[in-house]
Design a binder for this molecule. Structure first.
Ligand code: F6R
Length: 614
C-alpha cells in the first residue's frame, strides 16, 4: 500500500526522502514522488520504481524539509499525473488511505474554481486545505492559521488518511495528520522524520512518537506539537523501538523472504521465551489482563483476520477447541464487518494481524467491540493501530518482516496461539499439568527442529525445481494440517503465480478430484497424528487419478514412501506442533519455485505488505 514520508531538519531533504521511500518499497507501489520546500515547492514524480524517480532528479535539490510518497493505485492509473505529491498553490500534500466522499468534495471545489489535474481522491485534500487557508483559489493572503485550516479540512474528509503537507508560506513546518492509516514520527537530533512505518527512518533514530487517529502534529526540526481535531493540545511521550537496522536488512540473503524464513528458529524462540515454565506446566500471559475466572466464563472466541493471519486463526480455532473446550469461530475481516454476527454470552474477539494496520480487520474489530465484546490483538508491530483499538495485546516477537509474503510472522502467530490455547486450557481444566509440561517440552524443541529443516533445504529446492513448470498445484491436509495446506497454497500462488488451492483432504471427492490429471502435483501434509491413516487413503485416491504426490511427513515415517512420489521430511514432534514445522517446508517450496520461475519474490505483483484500504 502507499507509503508516506516527511523530513524536517538541517540536512538536505531530498536524499533522506528517497532513502526513506526505498525502505517502504516492500509495502508495494507503482509510482513515487517527492516535494522539497525551498523558495518554491520543488516537485518530482514518476510512474514506476523509485529508481525511475531518482533518474530524473537533478544532482542537488536545495531545501531541508520535504515530503515523499510511494503510490499504490486505487483511484486512477499508476501514471505521473496521479503520483503524489499533489499541489494547490503553495501547498503540497501526500496521502495514504482513501477519501470516500472525494467526488462530492471535488464538485464543490470545482465550483470554487479549483482545477483538478489528477484522477485521485487525494487531490481534493490539497485543494480543500488551500481553500480553508486562503478562502479562494487565487488568494495568497491567509484567512486563518495552518492548524485551523488543517482541522477544518480534516472535518470534511470521510474515509482514511495519513497526510503530510508542506506550505511555502510556512517555512520549516511539516504538518501531518492521521485517521485509520499508520503514521509515526522519528525524533532525531535537530531533525524529525515522518513515515508510514518506522523502518523508513530506523537508521537515523529509534525514538518515536505515534500519531493517533484524529490527531494533527505541527512538526519543526526542534520538536512536534500535537493537537486533536478540535484544536486541543495533546501531550505525547516518545517510545523506543527495539528493532535495529540490521534486522531490517537482507544480511547477505538473496531475498528478504529467504532471510525471514531462516530467522524463524530465532523468532519462534523469542515469541515463547520467558512465557512458559516447563517445571510448572504453566504459561504466563499477564499482558492479557484476564483472570482464571474470566477465562472460565468465556463462552466463545471470535477470531478475526485476513490472508495468512486468517490461516493462523484457523489453527487457533482447532487449538482453542481441543485444549480449552471453547467454541471458536474464525472470520475474515471483510466478511465479519458486513455480517450480522450473533455475539451473545462472554465472547472474546481475537484480531490476528502482523501489521496491525489491515483495514478490514480493524473495521471488524470495531464492529465486534460495538457488541460489547472484549477484544485482544495478536500483532507484530508495536504501536500499530490495532494495539490502540483492543483491550489487550500479545506481541509476536518476529522482528521486522519486509518480504510481502508473510513467513516468520505466520509461525510466530501460530506460537502465540499455542500459548494462548494452553493458558486457557490450564485455566479451564482442559489440559492437565503433565500434558502441559509435555507440550512445553515439545515447544522448546521447535526452534532446533526448524533449524534442522533449514539445514536440508537443498532437498526442498530440488523438489521445487522438479515441479516449477506446473500450471496447477493442490495442497491437502486434515484437521491441524488443513490450515497448513491453505497457507502452503497461498504462499505458492502469491509469489510464484502458479494457480494453487488448499483443500481439506476429505473434501477432494466433493469436487476438486475432477481437476486431477496425469502429473498434477499434490502436496499432502501427512504428518503422524489422528488423521494420518485418512491422509494415506486420500493420497491413494489422488494417485489413482494420475497425481504426483509430494508428501510432507515425519522423518521416521517409512510407510509414506510406498505411496508418495517425493517425501519432504520434518523432525518428529508433538502432533499439535507439527504444523509449524510443515509450514517452514512449504514456505521453502514456494520460495524456490518462485525463484526458479524468475518471479520478484519479495514484491509479488499487485500485492502489498500492509493492506490499509478496504
Ligand atoms: C500473505 C500475506 C497476506 C496477509 C494479509 C493480512 O503472505 O501476507 O495474506 O496475511 O494481508 O495482513 P496482516 O496480518 O498484516 O493483517
Amino acid at each position: 500500500m502507499c507509503g508516506i514520508v516527511g523530513y524536517v531538519g538541517r540536512n538536505p531533504a531530498a536524499p533522506i526522502l528517497i532513502d526513506s521511500l526505498k525502505k517502504l518499497e516492500y509495502r508495494g507501489y507503482d509510482s513515487a514522488g517527492i516535494t522539497v520546500l525551498n523558495s518554491s515547492l520543488t516537485t518530482y514524480k514518476n510512474a514506476g520504481m523509485i529508481a525511475d524517480l531518482e533518474s530524473i532528479l537533478p544532482g542537488e535539490i536545495k531545501g531541508n524539509i520535504g515530503i515523499g510518497h510511494t503510490r499504490w493505485a486505487t483511484h486512477g492509473q499508476p501514471n505521473t499525473t496521479n503520483a503524489h505529491p499533489h499541489l494547490s498553490g503553495d501547498i503540497a500534500v501526500v496521502h495514504n488511505g482513501i477519501i470516500e466522499n472525494y467526488l462530492e468534495l471535488k464538485e464543490k471545489l470545482i465550483q470554487a474554481g479549483y482545477d483538478f489535474k489528477s484522477e485521485t481522491d487525494t487531490e481534493v485534500i490539497v485543494h480543500l486545505l488551500h481553500w480553508h487557508l486562503y478562502g479562494e483559489v487565487s488568494s495568497e493572503s491567509k484567512k486563518c492559521d495552518i492548524l485551523t485550516a488543517f482541522r477544518m479540512t480534516l472535518k470534511e474528509l470521510e474515509g482514511s488518511y495519513a497526510i503530510a503537507a508542506v506550505c511555502r508560506n510556512e517555512p520549516g513546518l511539516l504538518v501531518v495528520a492521521r485517521k485509520d492509516s499508520p503514521l509515526v514520527l522519528g525524533l532525531g537530533n535537530g531533525e524529525i522524520f515522518a513515515a508510514s512505518d518506522v523502518t523508513a527512518f530506523l537508521k537515523h533514530t529509534k525514538s518515536v512518537m505515534f500519531v493517533d487517529d484524529m490527531e494533527i502534529a505541527l512538526v519543526r526540526n526542534e520538536g512536534a506539537e500535537f493537537f486533536g481535531i478540535d484544536g486541543t493540545p495533546i501531550t505525547k511521550h516518545s517510545t523506543t523501538i527495539e528493532w535495529d537496522i540490521e534486522a531490517a536488512e537482507k544480511a547477505g540473503y538473496q531475498h528478504y523472504m529467504l532471510k525471514e524464513i531462516h530467522e524463524q528458529a530465532t523468532s519462534v524462540h523469542d515469541t515463547f521465551s520467558g512465557k512458559v515454565s516447563e517445571m510448572e506446566g504453566s504459561v504466563n500471559l499477564d499482558e492479557l489482563n484476564l483472570s482464571n475466572e474470566q477465562i472460565q466464563h468465556l463462552t466463545r472466541i471470535e477470531i478475526i483476520a485476513c490472508g495468512t493471519s486468517w490461516n493462523a486463526g484457523l489453527l487457533g480455532k482447532y487449538l482453542f477447541e481441543q485444549l480449552a473446550g471453547i467454541h471458536t469461530d474464525v472470520d475474515t475481516g471483510s466478511e465479519f464487518r458486513y455480517g450480522y454476527p450473533v455475539m451473545c454470552g462472554e465472547v472474546l474477539t481475537i484480531a490476528i494481524t502482523q501489521s496491525g494496520e489491515t483495514a478490514d480487520t480493524l473495521a471488524a474489530v470495531r464492529g465486534a467491540k460495538s457488541y460489547g465484546c472484549r477484544a485482544m490483538a495478536i500483532t507484530n508491530v508495536v504501536g500499530s493501530t490495532i494495539t490502540r483499538e483492543t483491550d489487550s495485546v500479545l506481541y509476536t516477537r518476529a522482528g521486522p518482516e519486509i518480504g510481502v509474503a508473510a513467513t516468520k510472522t505466520f509461525t510466530a502467530q501460530m506460537i502465540t496461539l499455542y500459548l494462548l490455547a494452553l493458558r486457557f486450557g490450564r485455566a479451564r481444566g482442559g489440559v492437565n499439568v503433565d500434558d502441559a509440561k509435555n507440550l512445553i517440552i515439545a515447544l522448546k524443541r521447535i526452534p532446533g527442529q526448524i533449524q534442522m529443516i533449514l539445514n536440508k533445504k537443498d532437498l526442498i529446492q530440488e523438489c521445487a525445481l522438479q515441479f516449477a513448470d506446473s500450471n496447477d498445484y493442490f495442497f491437502i491436509g486434515r484437521h491441524l494440517n488443513y490450515p497448513v495446506a491453505l497457507e502452503g497454497a497461498l504462499k505458492l500462488k502469491e509469489i510464484s503465480y502458479i494457480h494453487a488451492e488448499g483443500y481439506a483432504a476429505g473434501e477432494l471427492k466433493h469436487g476438486p478430484l475432477a481437476l486431477i490429471n496425469d502429473g498434477t502435483p499434490i502436496v499432502a501434509i501427512a504428518t503422524k497424528g489422528h488423521t494420518y491413516d485418512k491422509m494415506l487413503s486420500n493420497i491413494k485416491e489422488v494417485k489413482a487419478r494420475g497425481a504426483v504426490v509430494i508428501a510432507v511427513a515425519d522423518e521416521d515415517d517409512t510407510e509414506i514412501e510406498k505411496y508418495a512420489d517425493v517425501v519432504l521430511r520434518i523432525p518428529p514432534s508433538h502432533e499439535l506442533l507439527s504444523p509449524i514445522l510443515s509450514s517452514v517446508v512449504l514456505q521453502l517450496l514456494a520460495y524456490y519455485t518462485a525463484l526458479a520461475r524468475g518471479c520478484p519474490v519479495d514484491k509479488p505483483r499487485n500485492l502489498a505488505k500492509s493492506v490499509t484500504v478496504e
